[in-house]
Design a protein around this ligand. Sequence first.
Ligand SMILES: Cc1ncc(COP(=O)(O)O)c(C=O)c1O
Length: 430
Amino acid sequence: MAQVRHGTLVERWSERRPGSAALYRRARAVFPSGVTHDARYMEPFPIYITRAQGSRKWDVDGNEYIDYWSGHGALLLGHNYPPICEAVVEQARKGTHYGACHELEVEWGELVHQIVPSAEKVKFFSSGTEATLMAMRLARAFTGRDKILKIQGHFHGWHDYATFAMTPPYEEPVSRGIPRVLRETMISVPFKDIEALRAALDANPDVAGLIMLCNGAGTEYLQQVRQLTRERGVILIFDEVVTGFRYAPGGCQEYYGVTPDLTTMAKILAGGLPGGAIGGRADILALLEFRDDPQWMRFGRINHPGTFNANPLSAAAGVACLKIVRDPSVQRKAAETADRLRAGFNEVLKRRGVNGEAGGEVSLLSLSFPEARLKGRAFSDRLRMAMQIGGVDFNGSGMIVSAVHSDEDVARTVEAFDQAIGLLQEDGAL
Ligand SMILES: Cc1ncc(COP(=O)(O)O)c(C=O)c1O
């Protein structure tokens, strides 16, 4: 663990990372703000990673981190889990794109069908964004209605429709460049407010589908949502891009016992490679079918190309991964590790007299500091830096725990957190 020395936290952090600073100077010349994903933007510069294994990763300056990004949630089995790694390497030698159907895609689809309760039929994509875009389109096509109802603050990727209802004012998208006419097609309600949902559905009989995250939803609320949507013929879409294969093998729908009409998946689905999927009712996915009927082919169906849909590399990783994570002891192990981290962090916060809390559900751990002096991104970046000094990397507001984080990782992470809180207090951020 790094010694606490004089100088500001940012200075101490920067001193050990000259290689990352140099790469960021190059990156800024080619990428807007130097980054390839919004979440990687960090001031004065982000860290650059060269290698990862298991629960650890190493930056270009030789600093080691216990990693709680977990591939943005894709790595329930950590980095380079041997059976997945071997399957990918073997497949790479056999070819990465056949421009044809192949056996692994069938096996991958069969596994999703077997594991995910709602997945009567399956369709693959290259990302979660594509999956939620198609889910909304399927809902509109199936019902013949135009509007999508969304829960305020729920993230479903970056396509045009997903930019609505993210931050207030909810009718304004979080991005520029979104056609004004789309405002008329997206409405939103607060999370876990069943009366608001009922009122919105009553006032808008032209709602095709409701898309939502289930994290923290609870069985009772989800059952009510299920009933309200079923009564009105509204397609219920659970976005399980993060929660799929993580809350339970069959995701939140298995964990809470409520089955949607359509489920969107990505991340763990593809074992750490790019990939997305929809699993859902056979009669809805039938909209993607070919039929010997020119009228249907021109006006009835939804078309679906996509160069990398179910590509052999992602399929190899996905099959290897799903064969392992279908065993619920995997999800249980990750959740137990997260519980130990929560307990350790909350003990540190209490002992240091900091108003904060480690919460969240199963293997998703969230951190909140209601009285922090720095706010928003400024605080989470500072917390990230303080944790990186102690050899831990995460996104600054929550940790995604894998089934391969060890007892030693937990002990070192809690120690790093203790030191980080001290650094933030010294630094005036808390
Ligand atoms: C719940 C949820 N839906 C959709 C997406 C978009 O997935 P992707 O980044 O694969 O496009 C994400 C990404 O983090 C997500 O968390």
